[in-house]
Design a protein around this ligand. Structure first.
Ligand code: ADP
Length: 360
């Protein structure tokens, strides 16, 4: 409900008063709705104010609690992922660099004919690094990262999705350069005909498409990234706005090896020979990046389980005495951690990629 944060009435937005620009944002807020906004909300609005102490146009008619939610929950000030953390996907990294990162760094070079697309679709099986790429883009381009799962707009924000979308794009526009990452974008922009009951989801979709049109000029430094495991559900309007569409496939054998080595080395648990690594790679054909992570996690429990199995008390276990993870640990864990993507699902991605994907 609206009163969740103790906001009683509607927020009265500060109105631009020509010439008579006395007082900063904070005094305006406190002057107008002293007890209706709490400190954290005020602080959050203040940060978004321009040098003139005014809230930008786009945010004026929005409820402060939505703006606050976007700033605190959806905005990630430090996504903390870099290209080097992502295994494989060289082709995606390269085209994303050209399409997004360079333009965000040098908008002057990328204007006119060179002006980049504003919409990027990352599609492919779950757990292959789509979210990581989104974060890395923001990290590499020093952009503000906004993450929202489209299904939460329809499930958690019932009836308020539209307003939240407006707040999201509004705050992003104050925080440029910005990357808005919409996970499960298919649930927002699907081509399924919505019946009367789903009037609200139709309105949400319309609002979203309108917002996307809004930053299509040279002036805005906002990139929208949609991620989906179900690209075939996107309709023509959605495809038209997501001009670049990159297939993010399952990791190659090299990428799987990289994930294993990287995770184990971080913990000082890596001691596998090349031959053993080759065996692990062969046995993990069809595993996603996230499956690989789960496999490594389970395998790294091997030494611990073994020690406990020998009757050693957990309190007596010394971390430095733990043996490295072995091929046998991996072989045991392969029974537990199965691939999450089925081979026939992959056919759908290949087909969609051939029809709609960007090849570079
Ligand atoms: P998606 O968005 O494609 O569903 P994520 O990017 O959220 O998948 O990946 C989930 C987790 O799986 C990551 O946090 C990471 O640990 C692991 N992972 C997936 N793909 C890769 C990859 N290419 N390189 C390294 N780790 C990966």
């Amino acid at each position: 409900g609206v009163s969740r944060r103790g906001i009683r009435g509607g927020f009265v937005p500060p109105i631009k008063s020509n010439g008579n620009n006395s007082g900063n944002m904070s005094s305006r807020i406190s002057g107008k709705c002293d007890d209706s906004l709490d400190e954290s909300t005020k602080k959050c609005l203040e940060i978004l104010c321009g040098p003139d102490g005014e809230l930008p146009e786009k945010l004026r008619n929005l409820e402060p609690r939505l703006i606050e939610h976007v700033s605190n929950e959806i905005m990630d000030k430090d996504p903390n992922v870099r290209w080097q953390d992502i295994a494989g996907l060289d082709h995606a990294k390269k085209s994303v660099t050209e399409m997004v990162i360079l333009p965000l760094k040098r908008p002057d070079l990328f204007s006119g004919c060179r002006s980049p697309g504003r919409g990027l679709l990352l599609f492919g099986p779950p757990g292959t690094g789509k979210t990581m790429i989104g974060k890395a883009i923001a990290g590499e381009a020093k952009a503000t990262f906004f993450y929202i799962s489209a299904s939460s707009l329809t499930s958690k924000w019932i009836g308020e999705g539209e307003k939240l979308v407006r707040a999201l794009f509004g705050v992003a526009s104050c925080r440029q350069p910005a990357v808005i990452f919409v996970d499960e974008i298919d649930s927002l922009l699907s081509q399924r005909k919505s019946d009367g009951e789903h009037e609200s989801s139709r309105r949400l979709k319309t609002q979203f498409l309108i917002e996307m049109e809004g930053f299509d000029g040279d002036s805005e430094q906002i990139l929208l990234i949609g991620a989906t495991n179900r690209p075939q559900e996107l309709d023509e309007a959605a495809r038209r706005r997501l001009t670049k569409r990159l297939y993010i496939p399952l990791p190659s054998s090299e990428a799987r090896a990289w994930i294993v080595r990287n995770l184990l080395q971080k913990d000082g648990l890596f001691n596998l020979s090349q031959k053993e690594m080759d065996i692990i790679c062969n046995l993990t054909e069809g595993y996603s990046g996230s499956d690989m992570k789960n496999l490594v996690k389970d395998a790294s429990m091997g030494p611990l389980r073994e020690a406990l199995g020998q009757g050693i008390e957990i309190a007596e276990l010394k971390k430095e005495d733990m043996r490295p993870v072995t091929l046998k640990d991996f072989e045991n864990s392969l029974q537990e951690v199965r691939p999450s993507v089925s081979p026939n699902e992959l056919g759908i991605y290949d087909q969609w990629n051939k029809q709609f994907g960007s090849l570079s």
